[in-house]
Design a binder for this molecule. Structure first.
Ligand SMILES: *Cc1c(COP(=O)(O)O)cnc(C)c1O
Length: 308
């Protein structure tokens, strides 16, 4: 997979509210890797794709909410690398939106399940049962297929390996590496791939302190090198208010870096606050990871992954 090494783009951020704060802020533009297969979802799929392609008759079954960036990325990867997929979508009713429509256009088959059932998504017995059901509904899709179960958000060992490469993609000498946290697996991968003198800063986008601590332990992240700042969730996952949407607009306008309120908007909001509060020592170099989540579904698909 020669096209699997995206060119890392690092930019210095000159955002007026923090310009004279005595720290330098950079961003790793993983959002620019590809229009649809980008950000941390690309990092997580990178080492899954060769495992999927190892077996020619593989069908990927994966999980996500109705606006899941992971479903978008997996569908796009299926189209680019030629593997069929089924997306199990949380929510009883078959809804449609730009993200799900895009996934279907890429060849992903969607299957909706209730929120109660969705909670069991990682339990093997549930997966066997689901596979049996899917074999009845879509016999042509599953015929002679080996099923590759990809967890929600793509989070498995291969994904962690991909996220461990994030610190290596940062070509400057940085003290802190910061990312938004949904499950914490990207943060865990970053922390595992860091140098000893570096620290990882996580900005959770939902209220789940215990869950994040467990997640970091589960992924064997070096806890002493990680800080989590829980005060920037704006009430929960995908919750937002005018303060946050105004910030996203202001930040995007003054830096020309697009952010959205679900993930990267909350991260840059939190990071701006922490910098203004003097949280980081003078002279610190901080690198934020732009984990993606910005899609223009009207854009043409065909751009290949950059190489080198
Ligand atoms: C999925 C996602 C995250 C969260 O990643 P985790 O590894 O689940 O913490 C952050 N940012 C964006 C843009 C995402 O799509």
């Amino acid at each position: 997979m020669s096209e699997s090494v995206p060119t890392a783009i690092i930019q210095e951020i000159r955002y007026p509210p923090i310009i004279n704060s005595g720290v330098q802020l950079f961003v790793l533009r993983d959002d620019l890797i590809h229009p649809f297969l980008n950000g941390n979802k690309w990092r997580k799929l990178k080492y899954n794709i060769p495992l999927i392609k190892e077996n020619h008759s593989t069908l990927v079954i994966t999980f996500g909410g109705a606006w899941s960036n992971h479903l978008v990325a997996t569908a796009a990867a299926g189209k680019m690398y030629g593997f069929p997929s089924i997306g199990i979508v949380r929510g009883d009713e078959a809804v449609s939106n730009d993200a799900l429509q895009f996934a279907q256009e890429c060849g992903m088959t969607l299957h909706f399940i209730s929120r109660e059932k969705y909670r069991e998504r990682n339990i093997p017995e549930f997966q066997w049962q689901l596979e049996k059901e899917l074999r009845q509904i879509h016999p042509e899709l599953l015929e002679e297929k080996f099923v590759y179960w990809l967890p929600e958000g793509g989070a498995n060992q291969a994904a962690l390996k991909g996220c461990e490469e994030i610190p290596l993609a940062i070509s400057i000498d940085t003290n802190f590496i910061c990312c938004a946290c949904g499950t914490g697996s990207t943060l865990a991968g970053i922390a595992r791939g860091m140098k000893k003198h570096q620290a990882a800063i996580g900005i959770p986008v939902l209220n789940a302190e215990t869950y994040f601590n467990e997640s970091l332990i589960h992924w064997e992240a070096p806890l002493s090198q990680i800080e989590l700042h829980h005060q920037f969730t704006f009430g929960g996952y995908a919750k937002k208010n005018k303060l946050l949407t105004d910030f996203c607009e202001h930040f995007s306008k003054h830096t020309t870096i697009p952010v959205e309120p679900v993930y990267t908007g909350k991260m840059f909001y939190g990071l701006t606050q922490l910098i203004q509060d003097g949280h980081f020592p003078q002279g610190s170099v901080i690198t934020a990871i732009h984990t993606g989540g910005i899609f223009d579904f009207n854009q043409e698909f065909s751009r290949r992954l950059p190489s080198g």
